[in-house]
Design a protein around this ligand. Structure first.
Ligand code: ZN
Length: 253
């Protein structure tokens, strides 16, 4: 462990940007940021502040050691989560947040089988228009927590008549195993006032409230229905309890 020795200049640049968040299970979350991140959002450059976090077994404020261990920790094999913050997130009375589950196919490839990519961009746009908010990008939530490889299997089942819930359950997974505890810990480190949640999913709302999120309201997010995701969206309403709002179409989260 610790196979490098950090130069003091390098540590002095980084040390004030790292924060230890100790979780109840006596594990550590190391939060790094803010980092300037100009983003191309519908052809407009919007500047967000970006933070990334690392889950770690060792709880210490000896950040130098933590940094020295990074190069031998093989972190690229384990995706980390992060959050994009916009505006005066700490102090503003009203902030919009989105807890976005990673979707390799939707967010990266623009897959039409779900509408995650659309929701990701729309959430960023809503937050920008609102003036204050944050979008949490949750790396261990692929396929509602089943992982990318299992999601590929589930897609094959779906091509053979299974709906999303049936496919996940027949592979031995519960329908939705996503956990929001770490994201809420990070949120609390960035802001202690209540937030408004962008979601169509009342179960997510409940899960977040149960995990200690201070909530002041909900904003729905609809759109991007196509022939490819119609069944997927219908299942969400009928089986996963998503709310159908006035706009008539439903979308994923
Ligand atoms: Zn998706």
């Amino acid at each position: 462990m610790g196979n490098i020795k950090l130069k003091s200049e390098v540590f002095s640049i980084l040390k004030d940007k790292i924060k230890l968040i100790q979780t109840e299970e006596d594990r550590a979350i190391y939060l790094v940021g803010p980092i300037r991140l100009p983003v191309n959002l519908y052809n407009e450059t919007v500047e967000f502040q970006w933070y990334c976090w690392l889950n770690y077994d060792e709880v210490t404020e000896d950040y130098e050691r933590i940094i020295e261990n990074l190069s031998s920790s093989n972190l690229a094999e384990y995706q980390q989560s992060s959050v994009l913050v916009y505006g005066d997130f700490k102090n503003a009375d009203d902030a919009l947040i989105r807890m976005h589950s990673i979707c390799h196919t939707g967010d990266i490839f623009g897959s039409k089988r779900c509408d995650c990519g659309f929701q990701l961009k729309q959430s960023m746009k809503k937050i920008k228009e609102h003036g204050v908010g944050a979008i949490f990008y949750l790396a261990n939530h692929e396929g509602r927590g089943i992982g990318l490889f299992s999601k590929a299997m589930a897609y094959l089942l779906q091509e053979n008549g299974y709906d999303t819930v049936e496919a996940n359950e027949s592979l031995g997974f519960v329908n939705d195993s996503r956990n929001y505890n770490d994201a809420i810990q990070v949120l609390k480190a960035l802001r202690d006032k209540p937030v408004t949640l962008i979601t169509n999913n009342p179960k997510k709302l409940e899960a977040l409230k149960d995990a200690g999120l201070l909530l002041s309201g909900r904003v729905p997010l609809w759109g991007d229905v196509s022939e490819f995701n119609k069944k997927y969206l219908k299942t969400k309403i009928e089986k996963s309890g998503h709310l159908r709002d006035e706009e008539g179409t439903c979308s994923n989260d």
